[in-house]
Design a protein around this ligand. Structure first.
Ligand code: HEC
Ligand code: HEC
Length: 227
């Protein structure tokens, strides 16, 4: 929450942005009630699309291609990664004031169905807001920072950003969300990465490198697996 509101120049600095946030919070408060209804109505088969419509679309959109920069795109992510994040948020292992109460209400089966649903959605191209930072960001992504001991992002997230079984796809993700997550890994606020991999990588990244690499990530074409 705090990070969203503090996002400089982000949508929540403006009047319409605050209205959106208000709407989002209202959605978050209503969601558990709506999910309970959905769960009992679909005892035999989970209708993931209906749960998304009622409980997720306000922030993530029906296709998982969030329009608001601080909200992550879920489209095209691997089902295992999505399910892990949902379980981690529900259990509090990954803290999220916004999502915690929503995911807490979901069953294992619903979480898996939602993960499959979002994994199938084609990803939309990313939006670059600072084209002047893309070249510097590409350097960080492909080479890391040898002097500071930062490994290349490409080594785990793959050169096209499409990811691998244990490493999430990040190509065409919203830049503000990427910045927010890198800073949360750096401060330890997000600590659900196995083997402390991300926390170790970002511990030596500067703010400038974080902003730049996020712009490059947003500029990367949607990988074939997510089209
Ligand atoms: C009120 C806005 C809101 C609603 C509603 C919402 N989310 Fe989220 N979601 C977020 C935010 C913000 C994040 C980023 C984590 C954070 O900062 O809390 C997120 C993160 C996620 C992530 C992790 C993505 C990643 O790349 O690691 C998943 C998965 C997710 N949400 C699934 C869902 C599902 C499924 C629903 C509906 C059942 C839902 N969300 C409803 C705002 C929302
Ligand atoms: C040593 C392997 C490794 C390297 C190098 C690495 N990452 Fe990651 N990254 C991971 C893992 C593993 C996760 C998933 C953590 C989890 O399971 O929650 C992750 C998650 C992320 C996420 C969150 C994705 C989401 O959807 O929430 C972002 C953003 C990210 N990495 C960006 C980067 C950037 C930028 C770099 C380069 C500066 C980088 N990573 C380098 C392993 C790595």
């Amino acid at each position: 929450m705090r990070n969203l509101v503090e996002t400089h120049g982000g949508p929540f600095g403006s009047a319409s942005g605050r209205a959106l946030l208000g709407h989002a919070i209202q959605g978050a408060l209503l969601a558990p009630i709506l999910i309970l209804g959905a769960a009992s109505a679909s005892a035999q088969s989970t209708d993931a699309g209906a749960i998304v419509k009622e409980s997720c679309a306000t922030c993530h959109t029906q296709s998982g291609n969030s329009a608001a920069p601080p909200f992550p795109k879920l489209s095209g992510l691997a089902p295992d990664y999505l399910a892990k994040q949902m379980r981690d948020v529900a259990s509090g292992k990954r803290s999220s004031d916004i999502m915690g109460p929503i995911l807490d209400e979901l069953s294992r089966g619903e979480i898996n169905a939602l993960a499959e649903y979002f994994a199938r959605q084609p990803r939309t191209p990313g939006i670059v807001t600072r084209p002047d930072l893309v070249d510097e960001g590409e350097r960080v992504y492909r080479e890391g920072n040898k002097e500071a001991g930062v490994p290349a992002c490409a080594g785990c997230h793959t050169p096209d950003g499409g990811g691998a079984p244990r490493f999430p796809m990040i190509a065409a993700q919203n830049a503000d969300y990427v910045v927010q997550q890198l800073k949360q890994f750096r401060s330890g606020e997000r600590s659900n990465d196995f083997g402390k991999l991300m926390r170790t990588v970002v511990s030596r990244l500067t703010d400038a490198e974080i902003l730049a690499v996020a712009q490059y990530v947003a500029s990367m074409p949607v990988p074939p697996s997510a089209r």
